[in-house]
Design a protein around this ligand. Structure first.
Ligand code: ASP
Ligand code: MG
Length: 417
């Protein structure tokens, strides 16, 4: 069994979807195809939920209408014999969302987010599945919400692995030579509420399937040649890395590299499943292979993370920062579901660099101010360089106002304005 994941950029036009079919001509089942929403659909659906929750129902419905039209147009261009049947299915998803949007919001924002945003993946996978069938790539479409069981931590749902495993075997996916087409990023609770796994979570879905299906390979098809040493848009000298270890990639993803969703690596590493990152624009290129093999001779690998906040906490009475206040702080992180990207402790103060989720940081600051003097510094960037050398690091930080700098033998991290 192989698992392929196609991201939003590979599905963002009629031509791109046709290109996916071209790529797939070279493969037979058993194959699990995990689809993202088309292009920027998820962003568009986020706007729908924001309008709806902000009490602007009409705006929400108009914005949703635009998403609908887009998908119908794509389906019309792509499909001939199966258009009517597919339209019916698309329509059932439209109705699912519209039914909700006609109501008043009474539940949490995150709940509505998941019920509406999940439509993106359902629509794209439906259209792609029908198109592949018309092209002779026979496949079976699966509503992944019947398979991926999660808790109800909306927008960042946690996988119930045992139930998901059972659903896979009940659906008979494992011992089947078929090509399956399904959705990334979404799941459902045991109450049949839709959930999402966090933005860019389709990679993670693909890794879950790879793990539970004991796949020998997962390929993520992207619009880049493979994993680069840095974002080429920011660092033109970035180069392709052809082989990487799981350890290296999990660190890169954790510090904010956009290549792969950070949760993707564990399910693969645990079952020794090779991950390939390949270009859908030129499938003949070798791409990047990620496995357990130690990475050798890596260039400096650069990752930038924007929208960071530095939270500085100092004891009020000149007492030491001991294990008790620290454990209180970590309890608070757990309650708020946030994690520091960088930590620096001293005698009477401690500093944390975190993603600036405003609501959560506000709550953190309020709670922490019961035991500490709290200061926040916002609008910071976190630079991480693995396998750094002093001269290139100095160059990257030239002219920056650095507020925190940490170095280990392999990794340099700087937080700056
Ligand atoms: N469509 C979702 C997003 O844009 C999930 C994904 O693409 O991985 O975040
Ligand atoms: Mg994506």
């Amino acid at each position: 069994m192989k698992v392929f994941k196609f991201g939003g950029a590979s599905l963002n036009s009629v031509e791109r979807i046709q290109n996916v079919a071209e790529i797939l001509k070279a493969y037979n089942g058993p194959l699990m195809l995990v689809m993202s929403a088309m292009g920027k659909t998820t962003n568009a659906l986020e706007k729908v939920v924001e309008a709806f929750y902000g009490g602007k129902q009409e705006d929400a419905l108009n914005l949703f209408h635009a998403v609908k039209e887009n998908h119908i147009t794509t389906a019309k261009y792509l499909l001939v014999t199966t258009y009517n049947k597919t339209f019916e299915l698309l329509n059932s998803f439209f109705t699912e969302a519209e039914w909700l949007l006609h109501d008043k919001p009474v539940q949490s924002f995150d709940y509505y987010y998941d019920q509406v945003v999940c439509i993106g993946e359902l629509l794209s996978s439906c259209i792609v599945s029908a198109y592949l069938n018309e092209r002779g790539i026979n496949n079976q479409w699966i509503d992944v919400r019947d398979i991926i069981r999660t808790d109800n931590n909306f927008r960042e749902a946690n996988i119930c692995w045992e139930d998901t495993k059972e659903n896979i075997s009940r659906a008979g996916i494992q011992n089947n030579n078929t090509i399956f087409v399904t959705q990334g990023f979404i799941g459902s609770t045991d109450q049949n509420e839709s959930t999402t796994l966090g933005r860019e979570g389709s990679d993670y879905t693909a890794a879950i399937f790879a793990n539970l299906l004991e796949a020998n390979n997962l390929t993520i098809w992207k619009d880049v040649e493979g994993v680069m040493s840095a974002d080429p848009k920011v660092f033109p000298a970035a180069c392709l890395i052809s082989e990487l270890s799981f350890t290296e990639v999990i660190e890169m993803a954790f510090y904010g590299a956009q290549v792969i969703h950070p949760k993707t690596i564990k399910p693969l590493q645990n079952k020794q499943i090779t991950l390939q990152v390949k270009s859908f624009l030129d499938p003949s290129l070798p791409g990047t292979t990620i496995s357990n093999k130690a990475s050798k001779n890596l260039p400096p690998v650069i990752v930038l993370k924007n929208k960071q906040v530095l939270v500085q906490l100092q004891t009020m009475d000149f007492s030491f920062i001991g294990e008790r206040p620290m454990s209180k702080l970590y309890q608070l992180f757990a309650e708020l579901n946030i994690k520091p990207n960088l930590t620096q402790t001293a005698a009477i103060n401690v500093q944390f660099c975190l993603d600036d989720r405003e609501d959560k940081i506000q709550q953190l600051a309020a709670k922490a101010s019961e035991i500490f003097d709290v200061q926040l510094e916002r609008n910071l960037t976190l630079l991480t360089v693995r396998h750094y050398n002093e001269s290139s690091a100095a160059e990257m930080l030239d002219g920056k106002k650095v507020v925190l700098l940490q170095k280990t033998t392999t990794t340099l991290q700087a937080l700056y304005h």
